[in-house]
Write a protein that binds this ligand. Structure first.
Ligand code: BG6
Length: 534
């Protein structure tokens, strides 16, 4: 069998692998912040990818809203350029430009100039939307996307509601939905206040709080891996697992986002959202079905049971750091404090590592170690499940002086897949133990799908499926879980803070934190194929 025949044979084993999802229902997508980076780099490329695979709604309009005056021609040309530059196929560089798919979008693009705080802009938008329905058959369905700075989330939502644009009939036809970007609040109190404001004018089912990590293929695979296989779940608890590590490391520094980042820092930017999403999918109980409420209820239960091991001293369960000059994969980086829009004496962390426990029957007492940072040695997101060591007794009179704990690693990015480490006998007369890996790479089994990570999420919203979006309670629970640490850091900004050179794996105190527990972080530069012998 040649390679492609083998792939086809493997794929035919996959139930429903060929089933193409249906096209989304007719609708208009209105993007606030149409001139921004997110729109250019991710949102419009995602819509283009939906057009390429034929699931963009048959009747579709895309309306950009922003404060700058632009002609439709300029706006369309700018979007075409960004799609050519940014639309990527998962795991590859930009594929060939699909002019026909782009034409479907380009011909559907409109632009409305509006200042987000000016009622006249909403009036113009409202008038425009009534012509859209009439002329393009979008049936009154509208998806609003707030790709704007977080201070505009409430004002735009309230203005849209006041202008009648969010009005649905009782049964949700036509539907009006809104995707709200992150950061959703800057702490527990502000997230609650924002929820209160928007829930004062909208129903929860109209609100889609996005966290783009939930659009990543391996993240979505987590539930399948755990619950559609018989071998993992019986071991998936504190009786068999020693600890779990979740890493989201980035090689980028703060780039052009110093103004936002310096007020936020690694904890707020990444932990209550991305890291807790990975954590809750790893730790949740199996839901009864895939409905948005069943899944989200199980996830929120995890967040509500999260604890710092010593609740009286949350600051002792976390360390942080800031990058200083160094080089990342050969590229020189300057010190964080010298980046543009960053305070000269900034104490904002660009790295955080923390230890948490989940106070329920499945996980009680077992540590979860989380870490995330910028300007790290490698771009890497992974969940690593470290199983307990087997007993040594049978091997104590042999050359084997140390048993190997099995490790299951779920690679979220960049190379999506799953690896399992186990012990095997090294060939030869002596009884020696080698560490070996079984590796599954997505790319070996499945054709790469065009993906920015946003396709699934935008499509889900058009289909009315909120499973992969955050419900009000889960955003609040995420913030509530980190609140004690935020308060501890505010009282003592220097505690457990250490610089690290750009291009390293983080500050040394992060290693010391695990060493105190007799454990160590997985090497970031680790590759299963490299680790051949113990
Ligand atoms: C964003 C954070 O949510 O996620 C950024 O605000 C971070 O600081 C980004 O760089 C990482 O996303 P990804 O998809 O590149 O891993």
């Amino acid at each position: 069998m040649n390679d492609s025949a083998m792939r086809r044979a493997r794929e035919s084993d996959l139930a429903g692998a060929d089933a193409k999802p249906p096209a989304a229902p007719p609708c208009a997508v209105v993007i606030f912040g149409a001139g921004g980076d997110l729109t250019k780099r991710l949102l419009v490329p995602a819509l283009y990818n939906l057009a390429r695979v034929g699931i963009l709604p048959p009747k579709f309009r895309l309306i950009g809203v922003d404060h700058r005056e632009r002609t439709i021609e300029d706006f369309r040309a700018g979007l075409r350029e960004s799609v050519q530059q940014f639309a990527k196929t998962r795991g590859t560089e930009a594929g060939e430009f699909d002019a026909a798919a782009w034409a479907r979008i380009e011909n559907a693009v409109d632009y409305v100039q509006a200042d987000f705080n000016d009622p006249a802009g909403y009036k113009r938008l409202s008038e425009h939307m009534s012509t859209v329905d009439r002329d393009h058959g979008t049936l009154g369905n509208i998806l609003f996307y707030l790709a704007v700075a977080s201070r505009f989330f409430a004002p735009i939502t309230l203005s849209l509601a006041a202008s009648g644009l969010m009005q649905e009939e009782r049964d949700g036809t036509p539907w009006r939905r809104i995707i709200i970007e992150k950061p959703f609040g800057t702490d527990y109190a502000s997230a609650r206040a924002l929820n209160e404001q928007i829930l004062g004018v909208l129903r929860e089912r109209q609100i889609y709080r996005i966290d783009h990590y939930l659009g990543k293929e391996t993240v979505q695979n987590m539930m399948v891996l755990r619950f559609a296989n018989g071998i993992f779940e019986p071991l998936w608890n504190r009786n068999h697992i020693d600890h779990i590590q979740i890493t989201v490391a980035e090689t980028v520094g703060v780039e052009q986002r110093g103004g936002y980042y310096d007020k936020s820092g690694a904890l707020k930017d990444m932990v209550p959202n991305q890291l807790f999403q990975l954590l809750s999918l790893t730790a949740m109980e199996p839901p009864n079905d895939f409905s948005a409420d069943s899944v989200r209820t199980e996830k929120v239960k995890v967040l509500d049971a999260l604890r710092f091991p010593d609740p009286k001293k949350p600051g002792e369960s976390a360390v942080r750091g800031q990058y200083i000059a160094g080089s990342v994969q050969g590229k020189p980086y300057k010190t964080y404090r010298e980046e543009s829009d960053v305070e000269k004496g900034s104490m904002t962390e660009t790295y955080v590592a923390m230890k948490m426990t989940i106070d329920n029957w499945r996980w009680h007492g077992m540590p979860f170690y989380l870490r995330t940072g910028k300007a790290m040695t490698k771009r890497l997101s992974e969940i690593s499940i470290q199983f307990k060591h087997p007993p040594q007794v049978m091997f104590r009179d042999t050359d084997i002086d140390r048993m190997i704990g099995n490790r299951l690693v779920i690679h979220v990015q960049p190379d999506e897949g799953v690896s399992l480490r186990f012990g095997a006998k090294v060939p030869g007369p002596a009884l020696k133990l080698g560490r070996v890996w079984m590796n599954f790479h997505y790319a070996d089994y499945f054709d790469a799908a065009p993906s920015t990570g946003y396709e699934t999420l935008i499509y889900d919203c058009m289909m009315g499926d909120a499973t992969r979006f955050q419900r009000a309670d889960s955003v609040e629970s995420g913030w509530r879980a980190v609140e004690p640490l935020l308060q501890a850091w505010e009282l003592d900004p220097y505690r457990n803070f250490q610089n690290y050179p750009a291009g390293s794996a983080g500050p040394q105190i992060a290693d010391e934190m695990l060493a105190k527990d007799g454990r160590a972080w997985n090497r970031m530069t680790w590759k299963p194929t490299e680790e051949k012998r113990s």
